[in-house]
Design a protein around this ligand. Sequence first.
Ligand SMILES: [Fe+2]
Length: 243
Amino acid sequence: MSKKIDLIPIEKDDFYGFNFYKKYTEDKSYARPTNEDIMCETQLNSLSTHEKLRPRIDNNIFLKEVNLYKDKWRPYLQRPGFVNDREGLLLWGLEGDSCNDSLSMPEARRRTENPNLKESEFCYPTQFYKDIPCLHRICEYFAPLGRTYIVKANKGSFFPPHKDFPLISRDCFRIVCFWGNTTEYSWETDSQKLIIKSGNTYYVDTRKTHQTHMWGEEPSYHLIMNIPKTWKNVVKLMSICQK
Ligand SMILES: [Fe+2]
């Protein structure tokens, strides 16, 4: 006879950043992986924490094209009482979104009053996306995308250690690309420093803890692509790995 395991209820919502167990107690089907989740995550486990991809997006062309929106940058995930000078522009969002909407999931969930909003539901390109053709080749390869945006990291800005969505039922995986001042910028995942070259694209295993720091005078920029985690997109990803 198997021994029953007693799970200790989590009393406080802030015990974890997000209380997966509380969601599970409300809905036993919450976060239960599908067969496709298991197939995709098993295959993604064959990749390194940082996997360099073949597509490149030229640094100078990106800086020239994004400069058309130089007055449109909007503070990204600002919190009262904290100085963290990050800005963002949205590429793929909810229907009707502009470049200044849906920059963070907490803001979008509050605005739509939908606490279960998923990254893959942000599947509509903004006008900004249409106006920045240097990103079209890689984005169209996986389109329709999930929530996709550019972060401008100004001096002193950072992302503290965090996991994006650690459960294997995540609906998207992430590809990133960097431009601008990448020599005074750091990205670490699972305590490994990402060797960044401007214009290179990388698969990053953001199920694992990652963090960033920016200390230079000139800003760095990075693209965050949420790719819907389908078997088709995983096979496409495997096809553009550099090694
Ligand atoms: Fe992250």
